[in-house]
Design a protein around this ligand. Structure first.
Ligand code: ARG
Length: 467
């Protein structure tokens, strides 16, 4: 049995004398994209129906009819057989209408003590909670890809850069493990975001709560929420959890863009530090010799759209009066697009890493030229009690001498070095080598092989990898 036909043909059409303009239906429908929420919408409706029955607001038989109807609708959508109607606006009304068409008056009771304003908030939270878990798994996979390369190339040295100028020699594994740290912060941030997603909004109803005797806590318990929202007006107008998710996504993509930039640079002939597997590169339609790093370029480029999504939703929420306004419907496409983009970028980054070979000889060669052990020489003088500023000046003058001679620090003789300071003795040459420099950096978090091995073992243990 369907509800009485309204001239507008809408579930909300009681007070309307005219049918909705086709242009309005087209402009306002969200079903094209919020269809993604169908499982979570049905999950929320199940919990809501059970609560209504527990509270005596519907009968046990009505609850069972609703649950049965929802199960059939879900299966139909799963099979791709459900016909979505744009004139029913969104996923919530498409499902509710189908339920009522299917089971009659019991279906019309499902929306008791509920509004789409709290319903959409619930659905979005349920959806994003799952997405947070999926993202965390992808982040962990990507961390494991970095750790595999760090293990494979343990011992390889390379120049560490500041200002994109060669600064100090480091282990390649140290560089790779830096990304594991970034992604770990992303995971921690996401876990915090998930905590704030995981608060149950249903029961805020349109915005003022409801006069019917609902039990919000039991719905939260059934759906696995940690708490229920405190203020119905805040609840229906709140999209902070979506904005926070967008920020988390942004920082992930920004981190990936930094690796992407390095891979682009490092695969250029000028660096020649990496070789990305053919399967992960593309060619040029005109220049037969070209092998282009399009995948890292796209990862880098997609950062723009992910940032755009955050900016767009921030601007949608800016200046919105409480509580729910239809503007908020603009939240979903931005979040969906950012999620798709970041998930795809994470997955392909992990693949790309697995298919990247580092040119160990070239990396080592790049550590000579550029006086990269100059800080080590200054530290050597400091260990012999010279104040650091003075040592900095002494080594600066030694570097200038080397430039005149067109040689490396290690190219000077002991006598030549001693012209600059009598504190310099024969053991100086140990600190002037690249490996001596790297392995002297034993401070916690430093690049000495010993420290990097410890860090890598810790990461592998944490990520459940056999080392
Ligand atoms: N499709 C709507 C959205 O995404 C659902 C809530 C509609 N509420 C309303 N009062 N029109 O925000």
């Amino acid at each position: 049995m369907a509800e009485p036909i309204q001239p507008s043909g809408k579930l909300w059409g009681g007070r309307f004398a005219e049918a909705t303009a086709a242009s309005v239906e087209a402009f306002s429908a969200s079903i094209q994209y919020d269809v993604r929420l169908y499982r979570h919408d049905i999950m929320g409706s199940r919990a809501h129906a059970r609560m209504l029955a527990r509270q005596g607001l519907i009968t046990g038989a009505e609850r069972d009819a609703i649950l049965q109807g929802l199960a059939e609708i879900e299966a139909e959508i799963d099979r791709g057989e459900f016909v979505f109607k744009p004139e029913l606006e969104d996923i919530h009304m498409n499902i509710e209408k189908a339920l009522t068409d299917r089971i009659g008056p019991a279906g019309a009771k499902l929306h008791t003590a509920r509004s789409r304003n709290d319903q959409v908030n619930l659905d979005f939270r349920l959806y994003l909670r799952d997405e947070a878990d999926a993202l965390d798994a992808l982040l962990a996979d990507t961390q494991r890809a970095f750790a595999r390369q760090a293990r494979k190339y343990l011992g390889a040295v390379m120049p560490g850069y500041t200002h994109l100028q060669r600064a100090q020699p480091v282990l390649l594994s140290h560089h790779l493990l830096a990304y594991v740290e970034m992604l770990q912060r992303d995971r921690d941030r996401l876990a915090g975001c998930r905590q704030r997603i995981n608060i149950m909004p249903l029961g805020a109803a349109a915005m003022a709560g409801t006069g019917l005797p609902i039990d919000r806590q039991s719905v939260a318990d059934e759906l696995g929420f940690a708490a229920i929202t405190a203020n119905s007006m805040d609840t229906t107008g709140d999209r902070d959890f979506a904005l926070e998710m967008l920020f988390c996504l942004n920082l992930i993509q920004v981190h990936l863009s930094r690796l992407a930039e390095e891979l682009v640079l490092w695969s250029a002939k000028e660096f020649d530090f990496v070789r990305i597997g053919d399967r992960y590169c593309t060619g040029s339609s005109i220049m037969p010799q070209k092998k282009n790093p399009d995948i890292p370029e796209l990862i880098r480029g997609k950062t723009g759209r992910v940032t755009g999504a955050l900016m767009a939703l921030l601007m949608t929420v800016k200046g919105l009066p409480l509580t729910y306004n239809r503007d908020l419907q603009e939240d979903k496409e931005q979040v969906f697009d950012a999620l798709d983009t970041v998930k795809a970028s994470l997955a392909i980054t992990a693949e790309l890493l697995d298919h990247t070979e580092f040119n160990v000889a070239r990396l080592r060669a790049a550590t000579s030229g550029g006086f990269m052990t100059a800080t080590d020489l200054a530290d050597y003088l400091v260990r012999r009690n010279m104040p650091f500023r003075q040592a900095h000046g002494v080594v600066g003058r030694i570097v200038a001498r080397c430039q005149e001679r067109d040689c490396e620090l290690i190219g000077l003789t002991l006598a030549e070095l001693q012209e600059f300071s009598e504190l310099i003795e024969a053991d100086v040459f140990e600190v002037l080598t690249v490996d001596g420099s790297v392995n002297s950096r034993l401070s916690v978090g430093g690049t000495a092989r010993l420290r990097v091995e410890e860090a890598l073992a810790g990461v592998e243990r944490f990520l459940g990898m056999a080392s």
